[in-house]
Each structure stands twice: as C-alpha cells, then as structure tokens.
Design a protein around this ligand. Structure first.
Ligand SMILES: Cc1ncc(COP(=O)(O)O)c(C=O)c1O
Length: 388
C-alpha cells in the first residue's frame, strides 16, 4: 500500500492518541474519568428530540437530501437566529451554508481559499483543525501566540508586514478553546480593520457562543457594520444545543467565501440527513430559555473543579464562557507530565495544553462536560494526588 505523502505526514489527531491510551487503561480495569474532551453529556431539549423523531418516521426523509448546503427553511432559521440573538441581518440565499459540523467546514473553507505560497494566521494554542487544514492546502501557518498577559488575545500589531502580505485568512475563536478567554466587540473591530487593510478573510469560530456563565453574553464578529465584507463566522449546534453527535454547523458572512464552501462541499458530500435538519430548525427556532439552566449546570461544575484545583494548590481564572478551565500546571511539571501524573495516580484525564500547540505548554485543559457525580468523584480523587 502506498499512502500519499500528505497522509504520511499527517500526525494522528491528539485526542485519537489519547483514546488509545485510555482504552489500554480501561482494559486494565482502571475507572477512567474523562475530563479531556468537550463533548456535551446532557440531552438536547425535548422539542428538539421530538422534531427529530417525527422526521425520522416521515417516508420523505430517507433519500438523498434535496439541498446539499442546507434547505431554504434551515438557512432561514439560521438567519432568524442571527437576527434575534445578535441583531445581525444575513441573506440565507448567499450568506449562510449548512455544514456537517463546523469542523468539516473549517477544513473545507481552508481548501477553498488557500494554496501554496499563502499564509494562514492561526492562534497557538488553538483548535488543531485550523493548522492541519492549512497544511493540507499546502499553505504556511504563522502562529499567533495567545498568552495570559494579553488576555489570550492575539497581538494583531505584532504580525510582520511581510507575513501580512501573504496572509489570506486569520483564525479567531471566542469564547476560546482551549483557554476559555472571551473577546469583546472592540477587539473584533480591530481585527476587521486589519482584515480590511490587508485583504485577509477573518474566520471566526464561534462554536461556544451559546455556552456562557454569570450573565455574560458572547457577541458575534458579524455585529459591527460592514463586518460581512471581511469575515465569516462558524457556528454549530454541537455545544450550543448539546448536539455534538448530530453533526450540524453553519458558516455565515462573506458571500464569496460562503459560496466557495458550497462549491467544495457539493463535490464531496451529499448534505445533511433531513431528520437532523428538522432537529436543527427546532433548536434554532424553538424556546431558548432552557439554555440558561443547562449553562448553570456547567457553572456549578466549574466552581467545584476550581475548588478541587485550589485544594492541590492550583489557582486559575474562572471562565465566563466555553466548556473549559485552562489550568496552569504545578511547578516542576510540563503539561504532559502533569496530565500523565494525574491520570496514573487518579484515573482522571485532563488534556495537556500542548495538544493545542506549543504555547499550550504549562497548562492543562479541563472539560466541564462531565456528569456532576463524576466531577465530584474526580475532585475527591484529585485531593489524594501527590506531586512526587
Ligand atoms: C473551537 C472549536 N471549533 C469547532 C469545533 C467543532 O465543532 P463541530 O462539532 O461543530 O464540528 C470544536 C469542537 O470541539 C471546537 O472546540
């Protein structure tokens, strides 16, 4: 078998490696508590499940979907959501495309825009797909460090002019994975100005815009006037509505970029299972009040974990949004050695910050998507953890 050079060079996805390691531990009888992945553990709301169930029983649901990039009704539901949630007016015919989850869209948008000689500006630490997608398109990656002293925002003024000249896309992601940082409208306005001056497409990944605490409400990068000329935003039902396994996301904003994604996808996939479309519409158009109670559950876990970390001497920022705590590791440890030590001694699994790039050294990412009883048990075990 001859594998392509691209695949030969492709590193295994860090969480796939982790899954193998955990499978080996489980086979030895270890009761592993996974706090490394951001996969929602709670059910979607009843009206979402009911819409899917009804659609599954419809004979018209099981053929190839008629619209590869989202039915007119689904795209209209996304436009309505943007209107009511962010006061952003989008044209569903040209400014929104539905995706099989935003991960797929992030990859395909990159293929639509980048080629050899181009540069992608990518946050470090960051969601690994931004980097892999750029490398797959044979573009170069210019990392933008996210550091605590800059509130985990990239220093846009420090990007050298020769890099900006070749940069085609700039990735931003707030609420942020993995640092849990948030960004305000003033930061987005500065990023839009940079994109305007240097003909760069701003790609904002808003996967966590529905997961926020203590009254904080994330804003959309499409809110400032004229943003749609320079930006697209990825959104998803995965974290917002507890639907990560359903695979439904959206890219909205700059029409040229949105239509380019449709072109790529129409050659690659055949659209979304209509029952998932029905559930997505129900999620977007239906009652949104249940999200406050769901977020309060995450906030309760957050507080319990912060207190458990404090018990072993780790102080960290309390996140206002996202599904994560970004915790500095104790002195004498690296991200990986601390995660390994906790896993070996307690069976509790944290994600080493280096899974998300070199700048993630010194941190572990702890997910709030772990059932309450398991969080309680994990913090009980963590108390027993010894640094040597
Ligand atoms: C920052 C970020 N973007 C995108 C995704 C992918 O989301 P989706 O389920 O919509 O593919 C994730 C998933 O963890 C994520 O953390």
């Amino acid at each position: 078998m001859h594998l392509s050079r691209r695949v030969e060079n492709l590193k295994p996805y860090p969480f796939a490696r982790m899954a193998e390691k955990l499978a080996a531990l489980k086979a030895r009888g270890v009761d592993v508590i996974r706090m490394d992945i951001g996969s929602p553990d709670m059910l979607p709301a009843e009206h979402i499940l009911a819409a899917a169930e009804k659609a599954v029983r419809d004979t018209g649901t099981h053929g190839y979907p008629a619209f590869g990039y989202g039915t007119p009704s689904l795209l209209a539901a996304v436009a309505e959501y943007y209107g009511s949630r962010f006061d952003v007016a989008l044209d569903p015919k040209r400014e929104i495309t539905a995706l099989l989850g935003s991960k797929e869209g992030i990859f395909h948008l990159t293929q639509a825009l980048l080629q050899e000689g181009d540069i992608a500006l990518v946050p470090d630490p960051g969601y690994p797909v931004y980097r892999v997608a750029a490398e797959w398109a044979r573009a170069e990656v210019y990392p933008l460090p996210l550091r605590r002293e800059k509130a985990f925002l990239p220093d846009l003024d420090s990007i050298p002019p020769e890099i900006l000249r070749r940069a085609r896309i700039l990735w931003l992601n707030y609420p942020n994975n993995p640092t849990a940082a948030v960004a305000g409208r003033d930061f987005y306005e500065r990023a839009i100005e940079l994109a305007r001056r240097h003909h760069i497409l701003l790609c904002h990944d808003a996967a966590y815009c529905g997961v926020a605490y203590d009254g904080y409400r994330p804003v959309s990068i499409l809110e400032p006037a004229g943003a749609r000329e320079y930006a697209v935003e990825f959104s998803s039902v995965s974290k917002t509505y507890n639907m990560a396994g359903w695979r439904l996301g959206f890219v909205s904003g700059n029409a040229e970029a949105v239509l380019a994604v449709r072109k790529v996808k129409s050659n690659i996939d055949s659209g979304i299972f209509p029952a998932i479309t029905a559930a997505g519409e129900a999620a977007l158009r239906g009652d949104q009040d249940w999200l406050a109670a769901r977020n309060a559950v995450y906030a309760g876990r957050r507080d319990r974990i912060l207190s458990g970390l404090a018990d072993i001497g780790i102080k960290c920022d309390s996140p206002r949004a996202s599904l994560y705590i970004w915790a500095p590791v104790p002195k004498g440890f690296t991200a990986e050695s601390f995660a390994d030590s906790v896993l070996d001694q307690t069976g509790v699994c944290f994600a080493p910050g280096t899974f998300f790039g070199g700048e993630g050294e010194g941190y572990v990412r702890i997910s709030l998507a772990t059932p309450n009883e398991r969080v309680k048990e994990a913090m009980r075990r963590l108390k027993q953890w010894k640094s040597s």
